[in-house]
Design a protein around this ligand. Sequence first.
Ligand SMILES: NC(=O)c1ccc[n+]([C@@H]2O[C@H](COP(=O)([O-])OP(=O)(O)OC[C@H]3O[C@@H](n4cnc5c(N)ncnc54)[C@H](O)[C@@H]3O)[C@@H](O)[C@H]2O)c1
Length: 251
Amino acid sequence: MFKDQVVIITGGCSGIGRAAAFSFAKEGAKIFLADLSEKAGDDLVEELEKAGAEAAFARIDVTDVEDVERMINDCIQRFGTIHVLINSAGVLGPRARTDRYPAEEFKRILDVNVMGLFYCMQAVLPHFLSKKSGTIVNIASVAGLSGFSGHIGYSASKHAVVGMTRTAALEMAKHGIRINAICPAFTLTPMLESAIINDETNYLDGLQNAIPMKRFGKPEEIADAVLYAASSASSFMTGQTIVLDGGLLAS
Ligand SMILES: NC(=O)c1ccc[n+]([C@@H]2O[C@H](COP(=O)([O-])OP(=O)(O)OC[C@H]3O[C@@H](n4cnc5c(N)ncnc54)[C@H](O)[C@@H]3O)[C@@H](O)[C@H]2O)c1
């Protein structure tokens, strides 16, 4: 489905981004990973190449505009073009009630999840506009559509991702560029695993119980929706949020 298409994945070395990298690779895409760790990036490029894909990695911090611009230029230099941008880089931050939430952590979450994603969209759009095509998939969260007790910074950031997705989608619709958001609930990735390890109150057990399907999501299940939103199968869809939550928001 993605034969010879070039896909950039920020946060591509872990969790949902990593699962998406393998799913795109299976469909014939060329993968450009962008993440913080050089070692993880190089290892993953090797794994993807072993699986028969063409892949490259750039060490970037999405909060650094120059890094983000370099990512776009390096990808075009390496693969000649870009068809899809997946914005998966993100942080959760600590859990604390709003009256005790550390303001510095709140700012850090906004910096990565909101400003980082904004820089990435802003950097790729001139390229997409010049060829009148391109697709962006932003990984938001159910926390962008409902409250998330103990995580005011994360919830604010994911509501912003949904708003940015809708706004940019409206602006770009007539230029052949589609932008959608995926809204997963709790998915078993290193992000959730570290929250489970630090969870002395069994808070996450309670959350798992609150999910009608009584389980957390798998990164591969989220990757399937990412591929759908990036593919021609969703060619009339833009500005949408796809919710994958085991029924949580329906309850
Ligand atoms: N796991 C979940 O339960 C869940 C649920 C809903 C939404 N999400 C969202 O999905 C996305 C992926 O999360 P995940 O669960 O795969 O987490 P993860 O921690 O496994 O992966 C996140 C990746 O982003 C990278 N990253 C973080 N800050 C970065 C920065 N400043 N610059 C570049 N890369 C950076 C990390 O190095 C990591 O590789 C995030 O946006 C997250 O908010 C996750």
